[in-house]
Design a protein around this ligand. Sequence first.
Ligand code: PBG
Length: 330
Amino acid sequence: MFPYQRHRRLRKNEAIRSLIRENYLSPQDFVLPIFVAEGENIKQEIPSMPGIYRHSLDLTIKEVKEIWDLGIKAVNIYVKVDENLKDNTGKEAWNPDGLMQRTIREIKNAVPEMIVMPDVALDPFSMYGHDGIVSKGEVLNDETNDALVKMSLAQATAGADFVAPSDMMDGRIGAIREALEENGFPNVGIISYSAKYASSFYGPFRDALDSAPVDNQEIPKDKKTYQMDFHNAYEALREVEEDINEGADIVMVKPGMAYLDIVRMVKDNYNIPVSVFQVSGEYAMIKAAAANGWLDHDQIVLESLTAFKRAGADMIFTYFAKEAACLLNS
Ligand code: PBG
């Protein structure tokens, strides 16, 4: 018998398609990661991330005002640290007048409503390019947590709305939560990179901050002892559960496009806002294919971002935030 269900009835034209549409993308879904460098009037393009720049603080403020007007409500901050300020302790990370803390203060000053989510991890401050303190060929867990607590308190003092630990040490969410409570920052939130995989998609980001693990026999050559093994899915649920128990307000899955299964699992298993990070390598792939005329840039950007919503993400960290907001607003 001829099918009674003709699914194409619901696809006949844009009007009916829009009536049954399940997911929408909006500039309010986005968090823009930004790279900040010392100096004035500086705008350096990152070669592997065309269209993304390291901006000095003055230009960063201009940029933040612009994206606020486009409807983007949050920024995730990374700073490019001078080589001579890097060491194995990462202590520049909690310098009250360090670039990170100055950036937080100036953004909150210029656009007070902008949600500021600075990155918490030692790698941009580490002479070894690791997210923690290195000793005898190992990245130390508990000693690193002490450093992450100092870094989080410095950021909270500077005015951060959320701290965003991206390091994957065990127990850091509990340590940071306790320190924030005890030091008068009960309303500073934690967005935890709960399920962050050891991924080759981070390559361009490490170029941007010059933060790749250094090539040296004495130190681990990759981040596999703390970031997750990409063969595993259920392990992500253990990580998320732990972070929720320790006081995370929002959890994250990272990278994005190759990890949509994890986003869906986390969303289905826990009642907590879920974020996803479309990382530097994903951005680079789309830009490179589009530059070659192999893909339609604007359509791919919107399709890839919508896929995150469909997978269950409540917010999306993406370097396309500004371009996508312009597309959605037009
Ligand atoms: C490090 C950090 C990384 C990213 C965000 N924070 C890289 C890494 O873990 O090596 C990657 C972001 C991206 O690739 O866009 N704490």
